[in-house]
Design a protein around this ligand. Structure first.
Ligand code: MG
Length: 158
């Protein structure tokens, strides 16, 4: 049976941080602030996969109070979500995500993001969708105060 999950995440942009999106370090004057590498795209996808399993959210598995995850690359969270799918004898069918960022341009990095996410989830790259949109200069995303991502995942579970 196919189960669908949804994920959403947002992180603030801050000076002195690297901007990591989908495991790609993107040159930008600011980076996303957070306990881990603050990869908002991988976090949203992780929650989508966990949601398809009916599991709790990423913060439950990887609390931002746990020093183990300080500065951690977010691919380890995707690894763990994929491991939970395997543990349930399931299979991820596809994931699809949208990054909402006024800047920088996301499209030039999408292919490498897909490679990184495919590797972390042990999934064929053709099963991963990554899109991007600006927020038309509206609100906190439009003012470049942060970057958000939303994602869905479908998982075949016995
Ligand atoms: Mg997050």
């Amino acid at each position: 049976m196919v189960h669908v999950g949804i994920g959403y995440d947002v992180h603030a942009l801050a000076e002195g941080r690297k901007l990591i999106l989908g495991g790609v370090e993107i040159p930008h004057p600011k980076g996303l602030d957070g306990h881990s590498d603050a990869d908002v795209l991988m976090h949203a996808i992780c929650d989508a996969v966990l949601g398809a399993l009916g599991e709790a959210d990423i913060g439950h598995f990887f609390p931002n109070t746990d020093p183990r995850w300080k500065g951690a690359p977010s691919r380890i969270f995707l690894n763990e979500a994929a491991r939970l799918v395997g543990f349930r004898e399931g299979k991820i069918i596809n994931v699809d995500a949208t990054v909402i960022a006024q800047a920088p341009k996301i499209f030039p990095h999408v292919h490498q993001m897909k490679i990184n996410i495919a590797e972390a989830l042990e999934l064929n790259i053709q099963r991963i969708g990554i899109k991007a949109t600006t927020n038309e200069h509206l609100g906190f995303l439009g003012r470049e105060e942060g970057i958000a991502a939303m994602a869905v995942a479908s998982v075949d579970l016995p």
